[in-house]
Design a binder for this molecule. Sequence first.
Ligand SMILES: [Zn+2]
Ligand SMILES: [Zn+2]
Length: 192
Amino acid sequence: MKLKERLYRFRSFWIFPLLAVLLLYVTFRSETQAGLLNLVWLFPLGLLIWSLLEYGLHRFVFHIRFKVQNPRLRDVLNASHLSHHAAPRDPTKLLVDPVYGLAISAALFGLLLIAFGDAARAVGAMVGVWAGFLYYEAVHYRVHMNLPGSGLIAWQRRAHFYHHFTNRDRCFGVTTPVWDYVFRTELPRSRR
Ligand SMILES: [Zn+2]
Ligand SMILES: [Zn+2]
């Protein structure tokens, strides 16, 4: 794959980090050391929020067949997920459109701003969310496009392929099965 193609396919992997650095710089520039230390809990909080989003979006939004005529818009609304289910090994339908990611991010950022009443804290948590999102993208891509590995990635592949090829109502978490266990949609014992 040419560099240009690679940069385009994996554009989330530079768009979101750039945005994170920019927003961190703008909001944390004038923070005291104590303010900076907030990142110690904001970042993990963001990761936790991401894990819930990964589960919730996949379970309740990505599988909706939106009744809109325009196929491009339909793909945007369910993050190309139904197209991905139709062609699981098509790398062009595997990753989330950054436009979708940015729209969800803007909504979430608004909520975080309301919750914290402070832009720096909202940014701190957002950076954790984006880190979780990019980890999800990397895992999802590897699960479909790389040869079977071992350890954690093999486990993630087993659960995700069960979701794809056996039961769409199970295993909504791709990076972690935690919320599947909480909401009773985990991989059946016989498949582990
Ligand atoms: Zn799915
Ligand atoms: Zn998949």
